[in-house]
Design a protein around this ligand. Structure first.
Ligand code: HEM
Ligand SMILES: *[C@@H]1O[C@H](CO)[C@@H](O)[C@H](O)[C@H]1NC(C)=O
Ligand SMILES: *[C@@H]1O[C@H](CO)[C@@H](O)[C@H](O)[C@H]1NC(C)=O
Ligand SMILES: *[C@@H]1O[C@H](CO)[C@@H](O)[C@H](O)[C@H]1NC(C)=O
Ligand SMILES: *[C@@H]1O[C@H](CO)[C@@H](O)[C@H](O)[C@H]1NC(C)=O
Length: 510
């Protein structure tokens, strides 16, 4: 009897403990945001959230207002939906809201990389040195060289280049920008003489195509890998691809190349100096490739597609590009070397800048996550104060809370290429409830985790647009083709991808 009772008690304790861990007993405390635990223990609202994050958060916002806490797969996330209050989270001290914890978890799960204490600092300092200022001049030039290799090599003779070619627009843009960026960051094939140079270019052309194809396979598995929802078979495929990239981008392999960027080699060397083992640095190389090359290709696709769908925008941007090329003293002529677009030339393009910003407003949907290190108070812009619990997380999803807010951006679903420009050419300011909004778009995140590659990213997109507009005629195969919807599984992971590709034709202008 006593034994039975003991066993029953133990069972009960396990069940109650399990329910406790699953969050069944959590109650909203005084001053805490409204709480939504969903109907499934532990998972909470995770299924709804993953199915269509925007739809889910919109419903929650309607029901609960600008701040609420939801249970998602064992963690409580407090979503802050008021863009006027973003500053309090973004600027909060590391000691209270920590960005690293969640990032570490993700990076470990997806890339097998175990970050060292100093990884984040090393990334920041190398990026300041090599992806801004004079470092950016070098990187922009390297990207230009890469684009020359991947976009023009295959066209062969001027005659061959003049016939129409057809491709998926998403495939074409992602492929070109990824490969050129890969060559710019991870180096190109070494060669001895000038005659070797054509051979080396051909090798770079072919090798980068293979890398892109493998990368895309991983890229497509990525969202479900990050949310641990891959089937067994797909999980094995992801594991295989991960190992392939650890090897392909291994420290040993990468240093076989010439002209490897200082951004990559400096980070690798600093990690080596602090004693990180080589196999872990191999994994770091893969993480860098993904961070650097997973977003600019898709963003370039949206930019070109929106320009093609908006003839007025295409014309205005086209004029600006022509003016800049002319002012540089260069000419686009058949049989001539491809023009040389420098960082300097990219600094005087207000119309293209606005079009890029508008593209990112519509297509960039990162989810910013911070861990609540200790019980704290969060003060909203309107003065309300909320209690946040230690161990919870804060989520900011600017795509819904700012990019798509019709008060900040009227007709938020419409691409308006000059949305960010005043008539006099200065940058526009944005308002909500009569108050100036600082965070009117946030494609790069903000605060400590803000994208350190953003200046290079914008230059990559602009170089690609410059070359497409100056060298090619482009048209959609189906002129009435609508802009495809977003692939909803990618909300939260950066630049969105289309649910399906769109066919287009292109040929050299001359
Ligand atoms: C359109 C293109 C891009 C977009 C929209 C974008 C967006 C972002 C965002 C939102 C984050 C922060 C993620 C977070 O808060 O956890 C981030 C991080 C990062 N991005 Fe980008 N990015 C782009 C291109 C690039 C490029 C071209 C590079 C490098 C060449 C780059 C390098 C990085 C790195 C290294 C991090 C992690 C930084 C850290 O350790 O905190 N990104 N990016
Ligand atoms: C390799 O990259 C460097 C630096 O961008 C460039 O100067 C060189 O022409 C490239 N080599 C080939 C063969 O494309
Ligand atoms: C590329 O690498 C080669 C061989 O190391 C070197 O001679 C050349 O100057 C480099 N080019 C650039 C632009 O760094
Ligand atoms: C392009 O211009 C830059 C800066 O003026 C120069 O360093 C580089 O050699 C040029 N490249 C080519 C291929 O003309
Ligand atoms: C440009 O126009 C905006 C809005 O119309 C105005 O607020 C700003 O003062 C103007 N700036 C200059 C330099 O004229």
């Amino acid at each position: 009897m006593a034994l039975c009772e003991a066993i029953l008690c133990a069972l009960l304790a396990v069940v109650v403990g399990g329910l406790y861990l699953a969050g069944a007993f959590r109650k909203r405390r005084a001053n805490e945001p409204p709480l939504a635990k969903g109907s499934i223990p532990w998972l909470g609202c995770a299924l709804d959230f993953r199915r269509d994050g925007v739809d889910f958060l919109r419903r929650m916002q309607k029901q609960h207002g600008d701040i609420f806490t939801v249970l998602l797969g064992g963690d409580y996330f407090t979503f802050l939906m008021d863009p006027l209050s973003f500053g309090t989270v973004v600027k909060e001290a590391r000691a209270k809201l920590d960005f690293n914890e969640y990032a570490h978890e993700l990076v470990n799960k997806v890339f097998g990389y175990e970050p060292s204490q100093t990884t984040h600092k090393i990334v920041e300092s190398a990026s300041t040195k090599h992806l801004k200022g004079s470092g950016l001049v070098v990187m922009t030039q390297a990207m230009m060289d890469g684009l020359r290799t991947v976009m023009f090599h295959s066209l062969g003779s001027a005659e061959g280049g003049k016939r129409w070619r057809q491709d998926g627009l998403f495939h074409y843009c992602y492929n070109a920008v990824f490969r050129a960026g890969y060559l710019a960051l991870y180096g190109n094939k070494s060669h001895e003489s000038a005659t070797d140079s054509q051979e080396a270019k051909k090798d770079d052309f072919q090798h980068s195509e293979e890398v892109y194809n493998e990368f895309r396979k991983y890229d497509q598995l990525f969202p479900r890998l990050a949310t641990s929802t891959l089937s067994f078979g797909k999980r094995k495929e992801a594991e295989h691809l991960k190992r392939l990239f650890w090897d392909l981008l291994s420290v040993k392999n990468v240093y076989q190349k010439d002209n490897i960027s200082r951004w990559v080699s400096d980070q690798e060397q600093q990690l080596a100096e602090e004693g990180m083992p080589e196999y872990m640095r191999d994994r770091f190389m893969f993480l860098l490739l993904w961070a650097a090359q997973g977003n600019t290709g898709p963003a370039s696709f949206w930019l070109l597609l929106h320009l093609m769908k908006n003839p007025e925008a295409m014309e205005d941007v086209g004029k600006e590009v022509d003016r800049v090329v002319k002012e540089s003293g260069q000419e686009v002529k058949p049989g001539r070397e491809v023009i040389n677009i420098t960082k300097e030339m990219l600094t005087d393009t207000p119309v293209l800048d606005s079009a890029v910003e508008e593209t990112l407003r519509l297509a960039a949907a990162p989810l910013l996550i911070r861990a609540v290190v200790d019980d704290m108070k969060l003060k909203m812009n309107d003065g309300r104060e909320y209690a946040l619990r230690k161990g919870d997380r804060i989520g900011i999803f600017p795509y819904l809370a700012a990019h798509m807010d019709p008060e900040i951006h009227p007709q938020p679903h419409v691409f308006k290429y000059d949305r960010f420009l005043n008539q006099n050419g200065t940058k526009k300011e944005f308002y909500k409830n009569g108050e100036k909004v600082k965070y009117f778009t946030m494609p790069w995140g903000a605060g400590t985790s803000m994208c350190p590659g953003r200046f290079f990213a914008v230059n990559e997109m602009k170089l690609f647009a410059f070359l497409m507009l100056t060298y090619f005629e482009v048209e959609l195969v189906n002129k009435d083709e609508e802009v495809p919807p977003l692939d909803k599984t990618r909300y939260g992971f950066g630049v969105m991808q289309p649910a399906y590709d769109v066919q287009f034709r292109y040929r050299l202008r001359c």
